[in-house]
Design a protein around this ligand. Sequence first.
Ligand code: GLY
Length: 396
Amino acid sequence: MVDLPKIANVVVVGGGVIGLSVARSLALRGLRDVLVIERGSLGAESSFAAAGMLAPQAEADRADKFFELCRQSRDLYPAFAASLRDETGIDVELETTGTLYLAFTEEDVNELEERYEWQSRAGLAIEKLSAEAARQLEPAISENVRTALRFSLDMQVENRRLVRALAVANETLGVGIVTETAVESIKLDRGCVAGVKTSGGLVTTDTVVMAGGAWTSLITVSEQTTADKNQSDCNTPDKAFRSVRIEPVRGQMLSFTTAPQIARHVIYSPRGYIVPRSDNRLLAGSTTEHVGFAKQVTDEGVRSITAAAVEISPQIASLPLTESWAGLRPRAPDNLPVLGPCAEIAGVFYATGHYRNGILLAPITGELIAQAIVDKVVAPALNEFSPDRFSVVNVT
Ligand code: GLY
């Protein structure tokens, strides 16, 4: 960690996996004086709360641009994990056993059948399993399973180790990291980014990456001078910019202790999921709650997550519940990530709104946002996720 500098080449707002991945990619492309500013401690919010599932196929209902982005990012993970290990010595515990998805009811069976149909037609790796075949793979699953799908290419990663690895990688590459410092506003000079105002003072910069997750929308934008905007090099119409509204969506998580581990795969049902970890933890999730910034674990959350986990494996009912926590997923109004340059303010880039897929999308977000900044090339894969899809509002 460093003291807040007065000037930076690029300021990345947010030190979760997205901000850290963008900063690392910028530094790997040779950019100097990259600065990450984090309001709390690194990765302490949704990056820490996540379950680390890299499971685009298990969760997808159709082959759209979002699925494609998720699949591409998953497929970057083996190289991403290997590079982080080379850069830092930290093993992010990439687990490639795959994902099982279980059906218990008629409705579940139909849901799985539809997923099987479109994914097999699209040539994706997917297997349909009888209940017996699924139990041969995972003997601890319930007798009530009717059918299952196996996604052999889906993976999981230890997300808290990933935060550590990204932080060390950034420090090794010379990226400045400042924690416990809130970015309050982006300062404009005649419509161009001039800096960021933080709780620790002003940092001059011409490029800002908005990677603040659920806190993105708390950052305001304001003009710092009244100079004649005709002198501006920036193509900014009457102090207007895209209003990117990111809402926090609470997800509660539980961790049971089990030795020996009762499962090898990440196992889903339509009502929840369990994630076996190598340190004898068995994670179970989650809830989807629109309760603002309230991060509490609730009795109802514990009850519903436990019920979904026990439906997957009745053995979980007798495991000690050793930890619980909640995180705030950053959600845009259309559930899609917000990625790429802001059309109205030269120098503002968004990398936020990853909602349920921040860990999964970290490698591709880092790559494509760094490419947009350094090479000034916005990849076609980002078109669908541009901040331009939101309406224009006036700068306050
Ligand atoms: N990606 C899993 C969740 O958000 O619960």
